[in-house]
Design a protein around this ligand. Structure first.
Ligand SMILES: Cc1cc2nc3c(=O)[nH]c(=O)nc-3n(C[C@H](O)[C@H](O)[C@H](O)COP(=O)(O)OP(=O)(O)OC[C@H]3O[C@@H](n4cnc5c(N)ncnc54)[C@H](O)[C@@H]3O)c2cc1C
Length: 396
C-alpha cells in the first residue's frame, strides 16, 4: 500500500487536516487516514468561539451569543459579539468529514493500529497492523507527547474534567446563555470551576473542571457536580443522559511540530492546545491551514506568540503554587475587560496595547511572585504525561 499523504489518527486533528486538504488544490493526492477506532460514536464534544462562519456546518449542534461568569463575589452576563460560541458533537464532525471523503476515490479511511514511523530522504514509512505503508509525508496525532527533560521555567498541569448531560422536568436553564466559568465551588485547594451549556430550558451539559498536578484524577467530582446542580442551579431531580470525562495536558513547554522534514505532528501532540485553557479545536484549524499552505510551497508565518507563552507560564505557575488566587485573578480579568477582548486575547490574536490595558488591571503580586519565585527556577517539568505513557505503551 502506498500514498502521498498518511494521516495517522482520524480524530479532531486528523480529520480536520483531511477536510482542509480536500478543500485545497491538493485534493487529488492519494490520502490514507489510519485510526484504531471506527470513530462512529460521540466520544467528545468540542466548543470554541469564532467570529467566522463555522467550517463544519452540519456538525454544529448548538450556538450561544451570551456568556455568564460567576464567583462568590461577582456575577455577570454579557453578549460576546462579534463572537459566537459553537458546540460540535464529535460524532457529527466525524460523519461530516467521512461523507466528504467518500466523494473522493483517492481517499481511504482505514481502521488500523499505528505502531511506529520513520523517514528516509524522500519518503516516510508507517508500521501498522496492516503492514508497512509508505508515503511522501506523514501527519500524526498518535505520536507520544514529547518526553522532555525537566525544564526550569515550565509547569505541567492536567485539566481534569467530568461532564454530565442532564435532563430535568423543571424549566431550569436559559438556553441563550452559557456559563464559561463558575468558581462557586467551596474548595479551591485546586483551581476548580463549573461550566454549563444549556441546550434547552430542561437540558444542559454541566461540567466540573479542576487544574491538578495529577492526570486522570477525578476524586470527588461526582459529588461536586451533583451539589452544583442542586444547590447553585436549583435542579432537584434530573437524569444523566450522557457523561464525558477528560484530562488535557496544560503546559507552556512548546512541543515540536515536526519530526524531521516529512513527519508533522498535529493536534494535542503537535502543540495545538492553549496552555492555560485547554482549548485546542480552533488552534488545530489554524495549524491545518498552515500545513496545507506549506505543502503548496507557500509560507504562512504562524504567530509564535512568545508574549502569550510568557503569560501562560506565569499563570500556570500561579495555578500550581497559589491555586486559591486563581478565582480572584479571573474575577479581576472578567470584571475589568470587555469579554470579546478577553476571547481575542485567549485566541492569541490581540494587540499589544489591548493586552497591556488588560494586564495592568490584574492583581500584580501573584504574577510578580511567579516571575521571581525561586521555585520557578527549579526544574519541575518532566514532560511525560500518562497520555504519553499510554500512547507509548500502545506502540510497544
Ligand atoms: C473529552 C474532551 C473534550 C474536549 N473538549 C474540547 C473543547 O470543547 N474545545 C477544545 O478546543 N478542545 C477540547 N478538547 C481538547 C482537544 O480539542 C481534543 O482532545 C481533540 O480531540 C484533540 O485532537 P487530536 O486529534 O489531537 O486527538 P484525538 O481527537 O484524540 O485523535 C487522536 C486519534 O488517534 C487515534 N489513535 C491513538 N493512538 C493510535 C494508534 N496507536 N494507532 C491508531 N490510531 C490511534 C485515536 O483513536 C484518535 O481517534 C477536549 C478533549 C477531551 C478529551
Amino acid at each position: 500500500m502506498q500514498a502521498d499523504y498518511i494521516i495517522a489518527g482520524g480524530g479532531g486533528a486528523g480529520l480536520s487536516l483531511l477536510h482542509h486538504l480536500l478543500f485545497s488544490p491538493l485534493q487529488h493526492k492519494r490520502i490514507l487516514v489510519l485510526d484504531r477506532e471506527s470513530k462512529e460514536t460521540n466520544d467528545r464534544t468540542w466548543c470554541y468561539w469564532s467570529a467566522q462562519r463555522p467550517r463544519y456546518q452540519s456538525a454544529v449542534h448548538h450556538t450561544w451569543d451570551t456568556m455568564a461568569f460567576h464567583t462568590h463575589t461577582f456575577s455577570h452576563t454579557a453578549k460576546i459579539s462579534p463572537y459566537t460560541y459553537y458546540h460540535i458533537r464529535s460524532a457529527d464532525f466525524y460523519q461530516e468529514v467521512r461523507e466528504l471523503a467518500a466523494s473522493f476515490s483517492n481517499v481511504d479511511i482505514i481502521q488500523a493500529e499505528v505502531y511506529g514511523s520513520g523517514e528516509t530522504s524522500d519518503s516516510v514509512w508507517v508500521e501498522t497492523s496492516l503492514g508497512i505503508i509508505k508515503a511522501s509525508y506523514l501527519f500524526t496525532s498518535v505520536a507520544s507527547l514529547p518526553s522532555l527533560p525537566p525544564h526550569p521555567h515550565h509547569t505541567l498541569l492536567a485539566q481534569n474534567f467530568l461532564g454530565w448531560r442532564i435532563k430535568t422536568a423543571q424549566l431550569a436553564f436559559d438556553p441563550g446563555v452559557f456559563t464559561l466559568m463558575d468558581f462557586r465551588a467551596e474548595d479551591q485547594t485546586l483551581p476548580t470551576f463549573f461550566y454549563m451549556l444549556p441546550y434547552s430550558e430542561s437540558e444542559a451539559l454541566v461540567e466540573v473542571t479542576q487544574f491538578s498536578p495529577q492526570f486522570h484524577s477525578f476524586e470527588g467530582f461526582e459529588e461536586k457536580l451533583h451539589r452544583y446542580i442542586t444547590d447553585q442551579l436549583g435542579v432537584t431531580m434530573y437524569a444523566i443522559e450522557e457523561d464525558e470525562e477528560g484530562s488535557i495536558p496544560m503546559t507552556s513547554v512548546q512541543f515540536p511540530t515536526q519530526e524531521g522534514e516529512r513527519i508533522y505532528r498535529i493536534g494535542t501532540v503537535g502543540g495545538d492546545t492553549k496552555p492555560t485553557t485547554g482549548y485546542t479545536f480552533q488552534n488545530i484549524q489554524k495549524h491545518c491551514k498552515q500545513i496545507v499552505a506549506e505543502l503548496q510551497g507557500k509560507r504562512i508565518t504562524r504567530r509564535m506568540g512568545s508574549r502569550y507563552r510568557f503569560l501562560d507560564r506565569l499563570l500556570l505557575h500561579i495555578m500550581r503554587e497559589e491555586p486559591e488566587k486563581v478565582s480572584y485573578i479571573m474575577e479581576r480579568l472578567f470584571g475589568s475587560t470587555r469579554w470579546p477582548t478577553i476571547l481575542r486575547f485567549l485566541d492569541e490574536e490581540s494587540h499589544l496595547l489591548q493586552e497591556l490595558k488588560m494586564v495592568v488591571r490584574l492583581p500584580w503580586f501573584p504574577f510578580l511572585r511567579a516571575l521571581f519565585s525561586p521555585k520557578s527556577q527549579k526544574p519541575h517539568v518532566a514532560l511525560e504525561t500518562p497520555v504519553a505513557r499510554e500512547r507509548m505503551a500502545n506502540t510497544e
